[in-house]
Ligand binder design. Structure first.
Ligand code: ATP
Length: 200
């Protein structure tokens, strides 16, 4: 039984994220998928910080229609810094027979050795990696982690969606409504709550 875990800031969630979730659900396939908005990401400067509750709500809107998928507040409830290793331990305890599959983008795969207790992460979960750019060379990073630490890694050949939340916050701040990259319901929520300074 494959259990997907998808951590992120989701500030805001976009079609790059949703594409990953859909693909993993159908292609692996996953029995369940938990989308886990992070409290304070250890590796990120939180510019445009948006309260966890609001990001949780945006994630619910964005991922709500996907089958077998639920948004988890496990990292937000934990407070303090969010460490993936703790989240994986949590789900390993909940699904002792499950194979945990941790979804991540290529940028994150390449920094894996800097994550807290990364060898434990690699022991607890299979990494399911998606390219963020069409020609992103991920094989080398995957081979390195597999060869050196025995990591289990699947590189997913899904259509690449070159978008980031940072670009989208910028567009929204400039008064744009990037409906090609953000679900309409999420955009409505952003506008209603005046996130990212886009409402004048
Ligand atoms: P920001 O621009 O604020 O840093 P982001 O777009 O990278 O945000 P996150 O919520 O930090 O979004 O991403 C969560 C996970 O999804 C990370 O593993 C990241 O690498 C991955 N990811 C985000 N966008 C894409 C994308 N377009 N294609 C593939 N992976 C992605």
């Amino acid at each position: 039984m494959k259990i997907g875990i998808f951590g992120g800031t989701f500030n805001p969630p976009h079609f790059g994220h949703i594409n990953m979730a859909r693909t993993a659900l159908c292609a692996l396939p996953l029995e369940r998928l938990f989308v886990v908005p992070t409290a304070v990401p250890p590796h990120k400067q939180m510019t445009d910080a948006v309260d966890g509750e609001l990001r949780l709500e945006m994630a619910r809107i964005a991922f709500g229609a996907l089958p077998r998928c639920e948004v988890s507040d496990v990292e937000l409830r934990r407070r303090g810094k969010s460490y993936t290793v703790d989240t994986l331990r949590h789900f390993a305890a909940v699904f002792p027979q499950g194979e945990l599959c941790f979804l991540l983008g290529g940028d994150m795969l390449r920094t894996m050795e800097q994550w807290r207790e990364f060898e434990e992460i690699l022991r607890l979960a299979t990494l399911v990696a998606f390219r963020r750019e069409t020609d992103e060379p991920l094989e080398q990073a995957a081979d390195h982690l597999a060869g050196r630490y025995g990591a289990r890694i699947r590189l997913i050949e899904a259509p690449v969606i070159e978008v980031s939340s940072t670009q989208l916050r910028e567009k929204i701040r400039n008064g744009e409504r990037p409906t090609e990259f953000v679900p309409q319901g999420v955009l409505d929520f952003v506008i209603q709550n005046n996130l990212y300074g886009g409402v004048r």
